[in-house]
Write a protein that binds this ligand. Structure first.
Ligand code: LLP
Length: 415
């Protein structure tokens, strides 16, 4: 549970706010953010980097929680933003991010994405391939000096779920190490983009620091020294009790050591954490709808795949708790959702203390990519986001309504 979580009799407080009261007031399912701890973690990230290496910047990977209030909190703590495309850029700007601190990614940026980046005058566009260079040149025109980084896929097969490994030689992201020299020459020959440095991101939920060191070494092995190195995100978090993962300080130390060893000291270093910044800072609160005991025990709640795809897509498991049944005997059950497929599992085979209809179940470490990949499967209404700090619960994103579901419909055939 997030750092401020406290048991209060049969209730759990987050940021001093009662989860039972939140469930009453805002309904379930709901994403509940520990705002004070989130702010502290943002400061911890910045300090971990800049105290060891002053020319460092931390950009929040907006994809991990693309909501204006979330971005606003992190920007107000001094973070920049990593955005993919015009949509996330729009959110970052709406949250008040300084365009100079924004980096835009995307393996398939449209003309509209690049035009939006040029329009806003963002810090760097990350060139993902040769077509990006053509597009930037066409849209920006001669003499524009658009600051860019080149994304290199460093040929590291990160030890994580295959869908989240992005730095291997067969990756769709960036240019391979072999093609990097040609891409560098091509950018310079065009005379429109100003190549300031390199970018790499090897994957997500990575728990071995050696892999980040290998990433820096691979960029250094390209030979030329650039002014800027953006090392992406990727640090893993602890989802289950048995998981182990480096601390932010250990991660920062490993990166800084690798930068000094392989690149020398003077370069600017950017990191783009998503998961490790926000995942532990939010929980999802559900209500138990039904408990079925047959060959397995299924505890079904009022959300599921519509608000958490982590298990169905990556096999990720969580450590949920039945609110108020702190010491009761626990039985193994499958915590499942309300959607009509068997893959709609939040976590299989997990100990749950005597869950009954109407109980609240909180699933911790759902602050990254759950809100992001929320969807309307079975016309489910996407949950609200509630920020809790100092005993006050504030609504950052309202729950969808049935009218929202119909809002984009343009009935044809006389419907
Ligand atoms: N930078 C780049 C270029 C990225 O592609 C990503 C994540 C990040 C930074 C942030 O990585 P993080 O610190 O969050 O690991 N949908 C998956 C996660 C995919 C991550 C994609 N890229 C999930 O639900 O787990």
């Amino acid at each position: 549970f997030p750092p401020s979580a406290r048991v209060d009799g049969e209730d759990l407080l987050i940021g001093g706010c009662s989860l039972r009261a939140i469930a009453e007031r805002f309904g379930t399912p709901a994403f509940v953010v520990d705002e004070g701890s989130l702010r502290e973690r943002a400061r911890e990230y910045r300090t971990a980097m800049t105290s060891r290496y002053p020319r460092a910047a931390v950009c929040f990977a907006v994809k991990s929680f693309p909501s204006v209030s979330m971005i606003r909190v992190l920007v107000s703590e001094g973070l920049g933003c990593d955005v993919v495309g015009a949509g996330e850029l729009r959110m970052a700007l709406a949250a008040g991010a300084d365009p100079a601190t924004v980096v835009m990614h995307g393996n398939a940026k449209s003309n509209a994405d690049i035009a939006a980046a040029l329009d806003a005058g963002i810090g760097y566009i990350v060139v993902d391939g040769f077509d990006d260079i053509d597009r930037i040149e066409r849209l920006a025109g001669p003499g524009a000096a658009v600051p860019v980084l080149l994304r290199v896929s460093p040929g590291i097969d990160a030890h994580t779920h295959q869908a989240m490994a992005t730095g291997g030689s067969a990756s769709k992201f960036g240019v391979s190490v072999d093609q990097a020299p040609a891409a560098i020459s091509r950018i310079r020959a065009g005379g429109v983009a100003d190549l300031r440095g390199l970018h790499a991101h090897i994957g997500s939920q990575i728990t071995s620091l050696a892999q980040f060191e290998a990433e820096v070494a691979a960029l250094a092995a390209l030979g030329e020294r650039f002014d800027v190195y953006n090392l992406g995100g990727g640090l893993g978090v602890r989802y289950e009790k048995a998981d182990t993962t480096p601390t932010i300080a250990e991660y920062a130390q490993a990166l800084v050591d690798a930068v000094r060893r392989h690149l020398g000291g003077g370069v600017e270093v950017i990191v783009e954490p998503g998961r490790s910044l926000v995942a532990p800072m939010a929980v999802t609160v559900y209500r138990v709808v039904t408990v079925k005991r047959n060959a397995r025990t299924h505890v079904a709640v009022d959300g599921g795949m519509g608000d958490n795809l982590e298990h169905s897509l990556y096999g990720q498991c969580f450590s949920p708790a039945v609110i108020g049944r702190w010491d009761g005997p626990a039985q193994l059950a499958d915590l499942v959702g309300r959607h009509c497929e068997s893959g709609d599992v939040i976590t299989p085979d997990v100990p749950l203390a005597d869950p009954r209809i109407g109980d609240l179940i909180a699933v911790p470490v759902t602050g990254a990519y759950c809100f992001t990949m929320g969807n309307n499967y079975n016309a489910a209404l996407r949950p609200p986001v509630i920020y809790c700090a100092d005993g006050a619960a504030r609504l950052g994103v309202r729950r969808e309504t049935l009218d929202d579901l119909l809002a984009r419909e343009m009935p044809v055939n006389g419907a």
